[in-house]
Ligand binder design. Structure first.
Ligand code: UP5
Ligand code: MG
Length: 196
């Protein structure tokens, strides 16, 4: 991490709501570094001999949440290694354990700018993930059974975290049901307000 407190934006939304897709657009236009908690966990899982590999895969298939110590350490290391000072943290924090772990270890070290929340219809999200699965994403959770579980976790555990930040007036909600470009127009407005 750089010497100044890094600025971060949490990016939350249901499975398939477009978090990764929009983050890829944001980094091009606004110069953040994109850190997807899910991607970091999948990379850790795939390291031969990783002590957490089996545990991570079990959680991913079941749509449940990996213990925060693992995810927070991966995020912290990625922030340090990047030496940049603006980060999009995609798909985290997604339950109370994540929130408490982050608050314990990281919250005081960063400046949370806002929480970008992609609000998207469940069936739209499911259709997108199944389409991605059938076109060879290789993701072990892009199937109907895992998707049902991912949505149970999302409604039960992640939406309360969005509510928590909403109470602090930190949430910028975006309608994520339309095309990638239409969604990005709304996303741009949020970033322009914060940056300019
Ligand atoms: N697509 C995107 N936008 C579109 C649009 N506007 N119109 C039409 N199509 C659109 O998009 C999904 C698909 O939809 C793509 O094919 C895309 O082209 C298309 P994407 O941008 O990938 O959506 P995203 O919200 O990123 O979906 P993702 O599947 O990555 O969301 P999840 O939140 O489910 O996945 P994540 O990788 O964050 O987490 C996976 C698992 O890891 C979790 O279930 C959990 O088990 C574990 N995890 C933790 O335990 N802790 C964490 O902190 C994070 C993850
Ligand atoms: Mg993603």
């Amino acid at each position: 991490m750089a010497n100044v407190k890094p600025s971060i934006v949490f990016v939350l939304g249901g499975p398939g709501s477009g978090k990764g897709t929009q983050c890829a657009k944001i980094i091009k236009e606004f110069g953040y570094v994109h850190l997807s908690a899910g991607d970091l966990l999948r990379t850790e899982r795939d390291i031969p001999g990783s002590r957490y590999g089996d545990l991570i895969e079990k959680h991913i298939r079941n749509g449940t949440i990996v213990p925060v110590e693992i995810t927070c350490n991966l995020l912290h290391a990625a922030m340090n290694n990047s030496r940049k000072d603006r980060f999009l943290i995609d798909g985290f924090p997604r339950n109370q354990d994540n929130l408490e772990g982050w608050n314990r270890e990281m919250a005081a070290k960063v400046n949370l700018q806002f929480v970008l929340f992609f609000d998207c219809n469940e069936q739209v999200c499911i259709d997108r993930c199944l389409k991605r699965g059938s076109s060879g994403s290789g993701r072990s959770d892009d199937n109907e059974e895992s998707l049902k579980k991912r949505f149970i976790t999302y409604f039960k555990d992640t939406l309360p975290i969005v509510d928590h930040y909403q109470k602090q007036n930190l949430v910028r909600k975006i309608d994520a049901n339309s095309s990638e470009d239409t969604v990005f127009e709304e996303v741009k407005k949020c970033f322009k307000e914060v940056i300019l």
